[in-house]
Design a protein around this ligand. Structure first.
Ligand code: CP
Length: 310
C-alpha cells in the first residue's frame, strides 16, 4: 500500500489487516512508555489546510509513538497565506525528504492530486466533501470492538449527509464489512441522486428518524456543517433538533444493546443532546482513542509494513 486516499482503495482483507495491527497498537496506549521504534528515521508531515482537533493531533501522536519525526504545517502560518500555490507548497515540503504526507484540504480530490506530485506516501485526512478514510476505519474498528463482526449489523447514519465526507467513507467501509446501513436526513440535507447511489451501493434511505431507531445496532450522528452551508437547509435549529436530533426522548427508542457514535466535533444541543453524547452507550471517546491506534496502523502499513511503498 503506497497511499491511503479512499476507503475504496482497501479490500475486506486489507481492512482486516489494518484492524489487526490497530489492535496491537491499541495495547501500546495502555503502556507506561508509549513508544515503538518502528518508524525511527522516517519523517511524516501533517499538512492541514483546514482546522482539526482530533485528526491532526492523533496523527501526530501516532507518528511520535512509532518514533517517526513529525512536523505540523497548517495553512495559517505557512507561505500558503502569502499566495503560494498548493503545488509549490507540497513540492517544497516533499523536497525536504519527507516519507509521509498527511493532508487535509477543503477541496475534494486534493489528496489524490498531491499523491500525483510527490514520491512520498499520502494519507487523505479529509478532502472537502469527498472522503475521510481514517475516520471510517476508526469508526468501524470501534463498532467492531463493541458489537463484534459487523456483517448483518444495522447502522443508521443521521444528519447532514450533503456536506459529509465521513458519510461517504463510512458507507463504503461499513458495506465492505457487510453491515446494513440506513441514512436518515431531511430532504434538504440529502444529495440529489442519493436514491440511485443507494440502489447501486446497497444502502437504504429514510426520512423518519423515529421509525428507524428501534431497529438499529448503532446510530452514528453527523455534524451539521454550518460553515459549509450558504443557504437555509432547515427553518430553525430547533426544528432540526425536533426532527433529526438524538434527543433525550429519542434515546428511549434505541434497543438496549445499541450504541451511539459521532465523529466529532459535535454541536451539542443541535444534532446530539448531552444525555446522548455522555450516555454509557456512547462510544464517542472510544472513537477518539481508537483513532490513535488506527492511525498508527495506517502509518505502519504505509511506511514500515510488508509491501509498503510498493
Ligand atoms: N472527526 C474529525 O475529523 O475531527 P477533526 O476535524 O477535529 O479532525
Amino acid at each position: 500500500m503506497k497511499h491511503l486516499l479512499s476507503i475504496d482503495d482497501l479490500s475486506t482483507d486489507e481492512i482486516g489487516q489494518l484492524f489487526e495491527t490497530a489492535a496491537d497498537m491499541h495495547d501500546v496506549q495502555s503502556r507506561e512508555v508509549k513508544k515503538l521504534p518502528t518508524l525511527r528515521g522516517r519523517t511524516v508531515v501533517n499538512l492541514f489546510f483546514e482546522d482539526s482537533t482530533r485528526t491532526r493531533s492523533s496523527f501526530e501522536i501516532a507518528g511520535k509513538w512509532l518514533s517517526a519525526d513529525v512536523i505540523n504545517i497548517s495553512a495559517k502560518g505557512s507561505s500558503a497565506s502569502k499566495g503560494e500555490s498548493l503545488r509549490d507548497t507540497v513540492l517544497t515540503v516533499a523536497a525536504m525528504g519527507v516519507d509521509g504526507l498527511v493532508v487535509r484540504h477543503p477541496a475534494s480530490g486534493a489528496a489524490l492530486q498531491i499523491s500525483q506530485w510527490v514520491d512520498a506516501s499520502v494519507v487523505n485526512a479529509g478532502d472537502g466533501t469527498h472522503e475521510h478514510p481514517t475516520q471510517a476505519l476508526l469508526d468501524a474498528y470501534t463498532l467492531r470492538t463493541r458489537l463484534g463482526d459487523l456483517a448483518g449489523r444495522h447502522v443508521a447514519i443521521v444528519g447532514d449527509l450533503t456536506h459529509s465526507r465521513v458519510l461517504r467513507s463510512n458507507l463504503i467501509c461499513l458495506r465492505t464489512l457487510g453491515a446494513r446501513v440506513t441514512v436518515v436526513a431531511p430532504p434538504t440535507l440529502k444529495q440529489s441522486g442519493i436514491a440511485a447511489w443507494a440502489a447501486a451501493d446497497g444502502f437504504e434511505t429514510a426520512y423518519d428518524f423515529d421509525e428507524v431507531l428501534p431497529h438499529v445496532d448503532a446510530v452514528m450522528m453527523l455534524r451539521v456543517q454550518r460553515e459549509r452551508m450558504s443557504g437555509g437547509y432547515f427553518p430553525t435549529p430547533r426544528e432540526y433538533t425536533v426532527g433529526y436530533g438524538l434527543t433525550r426522548e429519542r434515546l428511549g427508542l434505541l434497543p438496549e444493546h445499541a450504541v451511539i457514535c459521532h465523529p466529532g466535533p459535535m454541536n451539542r444541543g443541535l444534532e446530539i443532546a448531552a444525555d446522548a453524547a455522555d450516555a454509557a452507550r456512547s462510544l464517542i471517546l472510544d472513537q477518539v482513542s481508537a483513532g490513535v491506534a488506527v492511525r498508527m496502523s495506517v502509518l505502519y502499513h504505509l511506511l514500515a509494513g510488508e509491501g509498503s511503498q510498493s
